[in-house]
Design a protein around this ligand. Structure first.
Ligand SMILES: [Zn+2]
Length: 178
Protein backbone atom coordinates (compact mmCIF):
# COMPACT_ATOMS: atom_id res chain seq x y z
CA UNK A 1 0.00 0.00 0.00
CA UNK A 2 1.33 3.44 -0.84
CA UNK A 3 -0.57 5.43 1.84
CA UNK A 4 -1.03 8.40 -0.46
CA UNK A 5 -3.74 10.88 0.49
CA UNK A 6 -7.09 9.82 -0.95
CA UNK A 7 -9.00 12.73 -2.39
CA UNK A 8 -12.71 13.10 -3.05
CA UNK A 9 -14.52 11.31 -4.75
CA UNK A 10 -12.43 8.25 -3.78
CA UNK A 11 -14.85 5.54 -2.62
CA UNK A 12 -13.09 4.86 0.67
CA UNK A 13 -14.01 8.39 1.81
CA UNK A 14 -17.71 7.50 1.46
CA UNK A 15 -17.58 4.33 3.53
CA UNK A 16 -17.94 3.62 7.23
CA UNK A 17 -14.68 2.12 8.45
CA UNK A 18 -14.42 -1.24 10.22
CA UNK A 19 -14.01 -1.40 14.00
CA UNK A 20 -10.54 -2.32 15.22
CA UNK A 21 -10.41 -5.53 17.24
CA UNK A 22 -6.63 -5.97 17.15
CA UNK A 23 -4.55 -4.04 19.68
CA UNK A 24 -1.16 -5.25 18.60
CA UNK A 25 1.85 -4.46 16.42
CA UNK A 26 -0.30 -4.19 13.32
CA UNK A 27 -2.34 -1.41 14.94
CA UNK A 28 0.77 0.38 16.24
CA UNK A 29 2.22 0.20 12.73
CA UNK A 30 -0.91 1.83 11.26
CA UNK A 31 -0.78 4.58 13.90
CA UNK A 32 2.90 5.27 13.21
CA UNK A 33 2.26 5.53 9.47
CA UNK A 34 -0.72 7.82 10.05
CA UNK A 35 1.25 10.25 12.23
CA UNK A 36 4.09 10.24 9.70
CA UNK A 37 1.76 10.98 6.78
CA UNK A 38 -0.17 13.61 8.77
CA UNK A 39 3.02 15.53 9.61
CA UNK A 40 4.26 15.25 6.02
CA UNK A 41 1.02 16.82 4.81
CA UNK A 42 0.93 19.35 7.65
CA UNK A 43 -2.48 18.19 8.76
CA UNK A 44 -3.85 18.69 12.25
CA UNK A 45 -5.75 15.42 12.10
CA UNK A 46 -5.99 12.36 9.88
CA UNK A 47 -8.58 9.61 9.58
CA UNK A 48 -7.32 6.18 8.50
CA UNK A 49 -9.42 6.05 5.31
CA UNK A 50 -7.74 9.26 4.10
CA UNK A 51 -4.64 7.17 3.40
CA UNK A 52 -6.44 3.97 2.46
CA UNK A 53 -6.41 2.14 5.81
CA UNK A 54 -9.94 0.72 6.21
CA UNK A 55 -10.27 0.91 10.02
CA UNK A 56 -11.66 3.27 12.65
CA UNK A 57 -8.41 4.96 13.63
CA UNK A 58 -7.72 8.66 13.85
CA UNK A 59 -4.67 10.64 14.83
CA UNK A 60 -4.40 14.31 15.65
CA UNK A 61 -1.92 16.83 16.92
CA UNK A 62 -3.25 20.30 17.55
CA UNK A 63 0.30 21.64 17.91
CA UNK A 64 0.59 21.50 14.10
CA UNK A 65 -1.54 24.60 13.63
CA UNK A 66 -2.63 27.03 16.24
CA UNK A 67 -6.31 27.57 15.78
CA UNK A 68 -6.24 31.31 16.08
CA UNK A 69 -3.17 33.30 16.98
CA UNK A 70 -5.40 35.93 18.56
CA UNK A 71 -6.85 33.41 20.93
CA UNK A 72 -5.30 32.51 24.23
CA UNK A 73 -2.70 29.81 23.65
CA UNK A 74 -4.34 26.45 24.04
CA UNK A 75 -2.12 23.62 25.14
CA UNK A 76 -1.60 21.39 22.11
CA UNK A 77 -2.55 17.76 22.33
CA UNK A 78 -1.36 14.71 20.40
CA UNK A 79 -3.31 11.47 20.38
CA UNK A 80 -4.45 8.39 18.49
CA UNK A 81 -8.04 7.24 18.97
CA UNK A 82 -9.41 3.83 18.07
CA UNK A 83 -13.12 3.22 17.37
CA UNK A 84 -14.05 6.76 18.48
CA UNK A 85 -17.72 7.72 18.94
CA UNK A 86 -19.35 11.03 19.77
CA UNK A 87 -21.77 10.34 22.61
CA UNK A 88 -22.73 13.92 23.51
CA UNK A 89 -22.88 17.22 21.63
CA UNK A 90 -23.68 20.66 22.94
CA UNK A 91 -23.97 24.16 21.51
CA UNK A 92 -23.15 25.35 18.02
CA UNK A 93 -20.25 27.26 16.50
CA UNK A 94 -19.28 28.29 12.98
CA UNK A 95 -16.10 26.55 11.95
CA UNK A 96 -13.87 27.35 8.96
CA UNK A 97 -12.19 24.16 7.82
CA UNK A 98 -10.00 22.66 5.14
CA UNK A 99 -9.43 18.98 4.43
CA UNK A 100 -6.46 17.06 2.99
CA UNK A 101 -8.96 15.04 0.93
CA UNK A 102 -10.36 18.22 -0.68
CA UNK A 103 -7.27 20.19 -1.73
CA UNK A 104 -8.00 23.90 -2.13
CA UNK A 105 -11.41 23.81 -0.46
CA UNK A 106 -12.10 25.89 2.61
CA UNK A 107 -15.63 26.20 3.93
CA UNK A 108 -17.46 27.50 6.98
CA UNK A 109 -19.91 25.04 8.52
CA UNK A 110 -21.79 24.60 11.78
CA UNK A 111 -20.24 22.32 14.38
CA UNK A 112 -21.13 21.44 17.95
CA UNK A 113 -19.26 23.60 20.44
CA UNK A 114 -18.61 20.83 22.92
CA UNK A 115 -18.39 17.08 22.39
CA UNK A 116 -17.92 14.03 24.52
CA UNK A 117 -16.10 11.21 22.75
CA UNK A 118 -15.52 7.66 23.88
CA UNK A 119 -12.79 5.57 22.25
CA UNK A 120 -9.98 3.12 22.92
CA UNK A 121 -6.31 3.95 23.04
CA UNK A 122 -3.69 1.89 21.21
CA UNK A 123 -3.58 -0.56 24.12
CA UNK A 124 -7.31 -1.19 23.96
CA UNK A 125 -8.08 0.79 27.13
CA UNK A 126 -11.25 2.89 27.32
CA UNK A 127 -10.78 6.62 27.11
CA UNK A 128 -13.22 9.50 27.32
CA UNK A 129 -12.65 13.05 26.10
CA UNK A 130 -14.94 15.91 27.01
CA UNK A 131 -13.78 19.04 25.26
CA UNK A 132 -14.57 22.23 23.40
CA UNK A 133 -12.56 24.66 21.30
CA UNK A 134 -10.34 23.54 18.44
CA UNK A 135 -9.95 19.96 19.65
CA UNK A 136 -13.75 19.48 19.56
CA UNK A 137 -13.78 20.64 15.92
CA UNK A 138 -10.93 18.34 14.86
CA UNK A 139 -12.62 15.38 16.57
CA UNK A 140 -15.91 16.02 14.75
CA UNK A 141 -14.18 16.40 11.38
CA UNK A 142 -12.12 13.19 11.72
CA UNK A 143 -14.87 11.04 13.26
CA UNK A 144 -17.11 12.10 10.36
CA UNK A 145 -14.45 10.76 7.97
CA UNK A 146 -14.47 7.38 9.72
CA UNK A 147 -18.23 7.26 9.17
CA UNK A 148 -17.90 8.13 5.48
CA UNK A 149 -19.13 11.70 5.92
CA UNK A 150 -17.15 14.46 4.15
CA UNK A 151 -17.17 17.97 5.64
CA UNK A 152 -19.05 19.34 2.62
CA UNK A 153 -22.10 17.36 3.80
CA UNK A 154 -22.57 20.02 6.47
CA UNK A 155 -23.26 22.64 3.80
CA UNK A 156 -26.80 23.28 2.56
CA UNK A 157 -27.39 21.33 -0.73
CA UNK A 158 -27.17 24.27 -3.16
CA UNK A 159 -23.97 25.60 -1.62
CA UNK A 160 -22.54 22.09 -1.49
CA UNK A 161 -23.18 21.63 -5.23
CA UNK A 162 -21.35 24.89 -6.01
CA UNK A 163 -18.35 24.05 -3.86
CA UNK A 164 -18.18 20.54 -5.27
CA UNK A 165 -18.49 21.65 -8.93
CA UNK A 166 -15.69 24.14 -8.47
CA UNK A 167 -13.51 21.58 -6.69
CA UNK A 168 -14.04 18.92 -9.39
CA UNK A 169 -13.35 21.43 -12.17
CA UNK A 170 -10.06 22.46 -10.50
CA UNK A 171 -9.17 18.84 -9.97
CA UNK A 172 -9.70 18.05 -13.67
CA UNK A 173 -7.56 21.01 -14.72
CA UNK A 174 -4.79 20.02 -12.33
CA UNK A 175 -4.87 16.49 -13.72
CA UNK A 176 -4.65 17.80 -17.30
CA UNK A 177 -1.75 20.09 -16.45
CA UNK A 178 0.33 17.14 -15.22
ZN1 LIG B 1 -10.75 15.91 6.32
Amino acid sequence: MDYRIRTWPDRILKQKMKEVDFFDEKLQNYIDIMFKRMYEEEGVGLAANQIGIPYQILVLDTNVKKYDAQEKEEEGIKMALINPKIVEKEGQVESTEGCLSFPGVQITIPRAERVKVIAKNEKGEDIEIDTDGFLAIVLQHEIDHLNGIPFINHLPPVKRRLVLDKYLKNKKQTAKAR
